[in-house]
Design a protein. Structure first.
Length: 299
């Protein structure tokens, strides 16, 4: 069923009102299948082009704020400090910006052109950038809004590919995993195949057909190399996202210890509306922001 036909179906309208999660899953899968029909064939995922070679994960963290660290929101600077203070000294944290990414990777011409023209947002450009960096160099991409509370470096160093997975969604919704933390050896076939698909997609399009287009293309690559994907240990992306739901609740050492037991990494957000100082005082968010260089209440 085509997406437009699905959305015109009166039963889908009823489902959207009474069971929006189910309707959303159907919509995602329909969009994925339409995109897959175009991009999963035609040699884009040729096994010979993306041959698997065993490798060792480099001890490199890729952390990106394209405008530079000084321009990053306080919560991002706090997250960066959490990585610096928690990970061992033999791990390098590389700050990726507009000024230096050209020194690290060569991106497809269509991507560069459409990014400069504003057709690709910074958010979605970072999806392409993380894929290119990991495919070329390996290491661990960690979003600027990921807060670190434990040293998972030994675990990550043993992996050929790792991402927190959308286990609760199931395998049939076009979601391979959360992209805010991805670890990979250099030239991993799933990352190289994803980059190939991103290149082909942006040659054909001037905009996203769906917010989760990157996830859909990543899923096509995971589907192609399912044996490699299934080697990855399963960790749900739910526990790392729980702290974000309690940022404005009163800080508790006991609750923070519970978050630490659930995960070493916590996906937060910088998209927080201005908060009165009185409302911020004593919260988890205030405790986290206190780690940002130069931050003070009201800034």
């Amino acid at each position: 069923m085509e997406l437009e036909e699905l959305e015109r179906n009166p039963y889908y309208d009823v489902l959207s009102k009474w069971a929006p999660e189910i309707a959303g899953s159907i919509q995602l899968w329909t969009r994925y299948q339409k995109l897959r029909a175009t991009y999963a064939g035609g040699g884009a995922l040729d096994a010979e082009t993306h041959a698997y070679q065993p490798g060792v994960l480099p001890k490199v963290i890729w952390w990106c704020w394209l405008q530079g660290v000084d321009a990053a929101p306080p919560i991002c600077r706090a997250c960066l400090r959490s990585l610096i203070e928690t990970l061992p000294d033999d791990w390098q944290i590389f700050i990726v910006t507009e000024a230096n990414y050209h020194e690290l990777v060569t991106l497809p011409e269509a991507v560069e052109r459409k990014y400069r023209a504003g057709r690709i947002t910074r958010t979605h450009f970072s999806d392409i950038l993380r894929t290119a960096l990991l495919a070329a160099h390996g290491g661990v991409w960690i979003d600027a809004t990921v807060y670190c509370t434990g040293d998972a470096s030994a675990f990550l160093a043993r992996q050929e590919l790792f991402a927190y997975q959308h286990i609760y969604r199931g395998i049939d919704e076009g979601f391979p995993g959360a992209s805010w933390l991805i670890a990979a050896i250099p030239h991993h076939p799933i990352l190289e195949a994803t980059l190939t698909l991103l290149d082909r997609y942006w040659q054909d399009h001037d905009a996203l057909v769906h917010y989760y287009t990157f996830q859909f293309l990543w899923y096509m690559a995971a589907e192609k190399y399912l044996t490699l994907w299934r080697r990855m240990p399963q960790f749900s992306d739910v526990p790392p996202e729980l702290l974000a739901n309690e940022l404005l609740t009163p800080y508790s050492e006991q609750r923070m210890a519970e978050f630490r037991r659930m995960s070493d990494f916590h996906k937060l957000t910088y998209k927080i509306a201005p908060i009165p100082e009185a409302q911020l005082r004593g919260t988890f968010l205030e405790k986290i922001l206190a780690r940002a260089d130069g931050w003070q209440p009201g800034v």
